[in-house]
Design a binder for this molecule. Structure first.
Ligand SMILES: NC(=O)c1ccc[n+]([C@@H]2O[C@H](COP(=O)([O-])OP(=O)(O)OC[C@H]3O[C@@H](n4cnc5c(N)ncnc54)[C@H](OP(=O)(O)O)[C@@H]3O)[C@@H](O)[C@H]2O)c1
Length: 272
């Protein structure tokens, strides 16, 4: 496993996303991922799966200290009191004394980021949270959050894949030594049957999905958190460190498209 280092913190370049997996499916997928070598797991209060994630980590033959564990504050838990109460409840469900990263899941329409970040900073001081960050923040809001936060902001977790551009944010993250965490790195599944990705993958004996992940992690400062419940896909998504894309291939893969992104998002939600 390779790591991305920012602010002296090492983050495993590939993590396991766990949105829309719950219960036994989630426990099994996280357990298999840890067995296969994943050391980074992304959950959220909103996903309703912290108990399953915690059970899988507790049962795994891997020390808790080796796993980079992220959770995110739900929209309803952003007041100072809500941050502290809900994070303690998350730790309880996750069966751990600390999380490596606590994120603001999305901008709040009324609670000031400063209030939320201040409470998150207190949790860092208490040792319940190692690092703090945000998710779905614009560059401007990220800048203001960095100014307001008593603890350094390690990452902005945002949608990033071949059909969604993040050039401006990525430049900002590199200048200020932040990690860009790419969510929905497979475009919610839309990167799986793409001719360009498949053709490039064929040159290296890799799938289109693997090329999409390689494209992300080959960019300085980017980590990716693909979700999978299939052992075969979990294994494939980790096998992206043994080949490198050329500059020309990197350029050919980036094809920002609102239509492609929206299509993939909707297809990923169909029940069939
Ligand atoms: N902060 C936020 O607001 C936010 C929003 C969205 C997502 N996220 C995080 O990002 C994670 C990933 O995003 P996502 O779940 O939206 O989508 P994704 O990782 O882009 O795509 C997941 C889909 O791709 C399939 N897949 C995975 N690996 C594959 C492979 N090697 N070959 C073929 N298909 C493969 C999965 O099916 P199988 O399960 O069958 O493999 C699943 O249908 C989430 O789980 C969550 O942790 C965060």
């Amino acid at each position: 496993m390779e790591h991305v280092t920012a602010q002296g913190v090492e983050v495993p370049a590939i993590g396991l996303g766990t949105w829309r997996m719950t219960g036994e499916t989630c426990r099994r997928a996280v357990g298999e991922a840890l067995e296969l070598g994943y050391r980074h797991v992304d959950t959220a209060q909103m996903y309703g799966n912290e108990r399953a994630v915690g059970a899988a980590i507790a049962a795994a033959d891997v020390d808790r200290e080796e796993v980079f564990l992220t959770t995110k504050l739900a929209l309803s838990n952003r007041t100072a009191e809500g941050v502290v109460r809900s994070t303690r409840a998350s730790l309880n469900r996750l069966r751990t004394e600390y999380v490596d990263l606590l994120l603001i899941h999305q901008p709040h329409p009324t609670v000031a980021d400063a209030e939320t970040l201040d409470a998150m900073g207190k949790l860092v001081d208490e040792g319940l949270v190692r690092h703090v960050g945000v998710s779905n923040f614009s560059v401007d809001r990220l800048q203001r959050a960095r100014e307001a936060s008593p603890a350094p902001i390690l990452t902005n977790q945002v949608q990033y894949h071949p059909f969604w551009d993040q050039t401006e944010l990525l430049d900002y993250c590199r200048i200020h030594d932040l990690v860009l965490t790419a969510y929905s790195p497979l475009a919610h599944g839309g990167a799986i049957d793409d001719d360009t990705l498949d053709a490039i993958g064929a040159r290296y004996g890799k799938s289109g999905a693997q090329v999409a992940l390689r494209w992300l992690i080959q960019q300085d400062g980017v980590v990716a958190i693909p979700k999978s419940t299939s052992r075969e896909h979990l294994r494939a998504n980790l096998a992206v460190f043994d080949f490198a894309l050329t500059d020309r291939e990197m350029d050919a893969i980036a094809r920002p498209s609102l239509v492609r992104t929206a299509e993939s998002f909707l297809r990923g939600r169909l029940p069939f």
